[in-house]
Design a protein around this ligand. Structure first.
Ligand SMILES: C=C(O[C@@H]1C=C(C(=O)O)C=C[C@H]1O)C(=O)O
Ligand SMILES: [Mg+2]
Length: 462
């Protein structure tokens, strides 16, 4: 086959002029360790990979290489813009996929920055306002049982035989590649710093006062840590740690050249499989204890704490309103239950719905983001307050991260318990929901607990 086109940013004109289109082939394959797939020809694909694992471990998607990337600079309308560009790619595409299983076949994986209008800091530059990859090679694992390989080529001409031969060549190489390498060496940390703590505490106090004297009900304020290493930090190492340490969270990574945004988020924003919708209300937090009785006591206290219940309720009611317009059936339990991750327990209300509209998952993301779990109530002034008081660029932290396939299925989470790795540096992020009776010191401790999953994964502690 003629040489595979090197990755390009999707541009309608360019594709049209060159007669390019997407050729995609999906094949069911023998079991293959997803971690080994992620490390396959690491020298070649490092900087162009992504990893996705769901919280209930029913799906893993790993991408290597970029067939094309799709981004939007259209601040007012970025969700529609991404969807339109993706539609143009798949409308013309030649797709062979006998499985029809959601998450197989051509799909784009990526995310949006939290706030198009916020200040921009240099560490987030590579990710821009939004960034999605159509991978060259992608493995999908369903229920740890069914394995699929999808190969995506952008070309002006490619026969089915050529495409299938390329797929078999890659499979052959994959089968002969070594098993995955467990990275054992804990990164050596040179310095670890919570940035502008005093300013953040003051901002919390200002906002709480404001909440008590205005219509504003909730604002989520975040802060960051900077951790420096003696050597370059390996995102593969951090990914392995997160997969091991946070088995009941969504674990994700998306590389972009030297940078990698990575995390273990417990919070689904929305999932759409055919007409079936799932969402998660997650807000209200308390720590864990190694003592079983004490851990239970903490959980019970959280379930009955008016401040945390209020933080939570605001999220439930907004998500309900946002999804009502898409769903004819919506089931939302009256009371939250506990979700326990190794470091934090949360108030959790699962949402299940059936959609009647032929809307895309990105339409739903647009309506949902930012929920009051990451933004506030009312949303617009909360975003203003975040811009004015946080003094940092959240980048992709707390943003929708996920995938949508060529059939309109998809899943997005919010990118919390996350960090940005680059060379010898990393930034970690954590935030908390401020309401009228928030105490600055308690909120400071809450954010400290939320740094832990990422800190542990990079070999640090707090
Ligand atoms: C903002 C974060 O978490 C969010 C805030 C929570 C809270 O304030 O109780 C709980 C879960 C998340 O929705 C974070 O982890 O950075
Ligand atoms: Mg909270």
């Amino acid at each position: 086959m003629t040489e595979l086109l090197s990755s390009t940013n999707y541009s309608k004109d360019l594709w049209y002029r060159n007669n390019w289109k997407l050729y995609s082939y999906t094949k069911k394959i023998d079991a293959c360790d997803p971690k080994a797939f992620y490390q396959f020809e690491e020298n070649l694909y490092k900087g162009e990979r992504f990893y996705w694992k769901t919280s209930d471990n029913d799906m893993k998607i790993i991408g290597l290489g970029i067939a094309t990337s799709i981004s939007s600079f259209n601040e007012g309308n970025r969700y529609e813009d991404i969807q339109e560009k993706w539609n143009t790619v798949i409308n013309d595409a030649k797709i062979i996929n006998n499985s029809q299983s959601p998450g197989t076949g051509p799909l784009i994986f990526g995310g949006f920055c939290f706030d198009s209008e916020s200040i921009k800091e240099s560490e987030w530059e590579p990710f821009g306002d939004s960034l999605f990859y159509l991978p060259k090679y992608m493995m999908t694992v369903i229920n740890d049982k069914d394995y699929y390989l999808t190969v995506n080529y952008i070309h002006d001409n490619c026969s089915d035989e050529e495409l299938m031969k390329e797929t078999d060549d890659i499979l052959y190489k994959l089968q002969n590649a070594k098993n995955y390498v467990q990275y054992e060496k804990v990164p050596s940390i040179k310095s670890s710093k919570e940035l502008a703590v005093h300013e953040w505490v003051q901002a919390v106090e200002r906002i709480v006062q404001m909440i008590n004297s205005s219509e504003q009900q909730k604002v989520v304020l975040a802060r960051k840590m900077k951790v420096e290493f003696e050597n370059n930090i390996s995102s593969t190492y951090v990914l392995q740690q997160l997969l091991h340490q946070q088995p009941s969270s969504f674990v994700f990574s998306i590389e972009n050249g030297e940078s990698c945004f990575i995390g273990a988020s417990p919070e689904r924003l929305v999932k759409k499989i055919n007409d079936h919708i799932l969402s998660t209300c997650l807000a209200g937090s308390i720590g864990r204890s190694t003592n079983l009785d004490e851990d239970k006591r903490l959980g019970e206290a959280l379930l009955h704490d008016p401040k945390n219940l209020f933080e939570h309720e605001l999220v439930v009611s907004m998500i309900e309103d946002a999804l009502r317009q898409f769903c004819h059936q919506l089931t939302i339990p009256e009371q939250p239950i506990l979700m326990k991750t190794p470091d934090v327990q949360h108030l959790y209300t699962p949402v299940v719905g059936k959609t009647w509209r032929n809307s895309s998952i990105l339409d739903m993301v647009q309506e949902l983001h930012p929920t009051p779990a990451l933004g506030g109530v009312p949303t617009k002034p909360a975003m203003e307050l975040i811009r004015e008081n946080e003094n940092m660029d959240r980048g992709f932290y707390a943003s929708p991260i996920g995938w949508t396939d060529y059939l309109g299925n998809g899943e997005f989470i919010v990118g919390i318990r996350s960090g940005l790795l680059k060379g010898k540096e990393s930034y970690l992020y954590a935030g908390c929901g401020l309401v009228s009776d928030s105490k600055s010191n308690d909120e400071l401790i809450e954010t400290r607990i939320k740094f832990r999953p990422m800190l542990k994964a990079i070999g640090g502690k707090l």
